[in-house]
Design a protein around this ligand. Structure first.
Ligand code: NAD
Ligand code: UDP
Length: 310
């Protein structure tokens, strides 16, 4: 049994992670400022003795004694992280400095939830961890992309300079129950629009690609990465390599929901990456991990969730 801090624990991925860690018998502290997360996501865990909820903002210092820290606190959807871009940078940068300081003081192992966005609009496809990326430093996505890149830099500097025990994962587009229905990401947007028979909003011509990973697969990879005892720090890609265009994806959601929705095309936001697919050979080799949930199965579970909440 370990004492584990999960920042951003009331968010989409954080809530699934907290559930897994609590059910494995760990003592879990979920810290969140509820910017995009919600108590609903973790309400079912509040009755467990080994679960605690703390309202706190990681841009401020936080003191606790723990063995492990999963740092997930950061808005992840473009509309949310662009709502207050300066705050997004502070959350990534001041937040990781505070969490690394905590890890250093109590000798905890810390895992940073980094992102495929560190590759920007990639020239290398699929993306391998050795690729340094193609990121615009001054665009509307930069608050998120560059914040996450600096957070990776700080992880490795604290590791080299202060011997902090680190793990870095780069998460590719993940979906599943507990996504915020209003967070503007493509999976939640398309499913909610399809269920309400509203127009499906494709940005651009829909030829851009993404590769979608079901949340239980991602969370099992995160926990494997945290607990690997081989000093494998990463960064390691975690995602599902099954790639689809956004247009194909919209049609698939319409089919799975039996919807009457029509597809409409809207302007593509600037710096929207044209293609994205993880190379997961490193995760397979070092963690013996690869996704198990087929996209159809994952989407049906997600549709069921949204049917319940809308
Ligand atoms: P989410 O928005 O649902 O969760 C983020 C959580 O962090 C929310 O509960 C939010 O309230 C909390 N938070 C935000 N700022 C905070 C702050 N300053 N202090 C404390 N809490 C704060 O997003 P998610 O999809 O669950 O993403 C979780 C993490 O994974 C993020 O760090 C994100 O960058 C990363 N990630 C997610 C994806 C994805 O596809 N979901 C892809 C790449 C990386
Ligand atoms: N997208 C879309 N319609 C929507 C929401 C998103 O066409 O209603 C597109 C978006 O432009 C991007 C892709 O879907 O090309 C994935 O967007 P999302 O915001 O989910 O994540 P990203 O991978 O861009 O961070």
């Amino acid at each position: 049994m370990k004492r584990i801090l999960v920042t951003g624990g009331a968010g989409f991925i954080g809530s699934h992670l907290c559930e897994k860690l609590v059910k494995e018998g760990n003592d879990v502290v979920c810290l969140d400022n509820f910017f995009t997360g919600s108590k609903e996501n973790i309400r079912h865990l509040l009755s467990y003795n080994n679960f605690e909820l703390v309202r706190h903002d990681i841009t401020k210092e936080y003191y606790i004694e723990v063995d492990q820290i999963y740092n997930l606190a950061c808005p992840a959807s473009p509309p949310h992280y662009q709502y207050n871009p300066i705050k997004t940078v502070k959350t990534s940068v001041l937040g990781i400095i505070n969490m690394l300081g905590l890890a250093k003081r109590c000798k905890a192992r810390i895992l940073q939830a980094s992102t495929s966005e560190v590759y920007g609009n990639p020239y290398v496809h699929p993306q391998k961890e050795t690729y340094w990326g193609n990121v615009n430093p001054i665009g509307i996505r930069s608050c998120y992309d560059e914040g996450k890149r600096v957070a990776e830099t700080l992880m490795f500097d604290y590791h080299r300079q202060n011997n902090v025990d680190i793990r870095v994962i780069r998460i590719f587009n993940t979906y599943g129950p507990n996504m915020n229905k209003e967070d503007g990401r493509v999976v939640s947007n398309f499913i909610v629009q399809a269920l309400k028979n509203e127009d499906i909003t494709i940005y651009g011509d829909g030829s851009q690609t993404r590769s979608f990973c079901y949340v239980s697969d991602l969370v099992s990879g995160m926990v494997k990465m945290m607990n690997n005892e081989n000093d494998f720090t990463g960064p390691v890609n975690l995602g599902n390599p099954s790639e689809t265009t956004i247009l194909e994806f919209a049609k698939y959601i319409i089919e799975l929901t039996n919807s009457n929705s029509k597809i409409i095309f809207m302007p593509l936001p600037s710096d929207d990456p044209l293609q994205r697919k993880p190379d997961i050979s490193l995760a397979k080799e070092k963690l013996d991990w690869e996704p198990q949930v087929h996209v159809r199965e994952g989407l049906l579970k997600t549709i069921e969730y949204f049917e319940k909440i809308i």
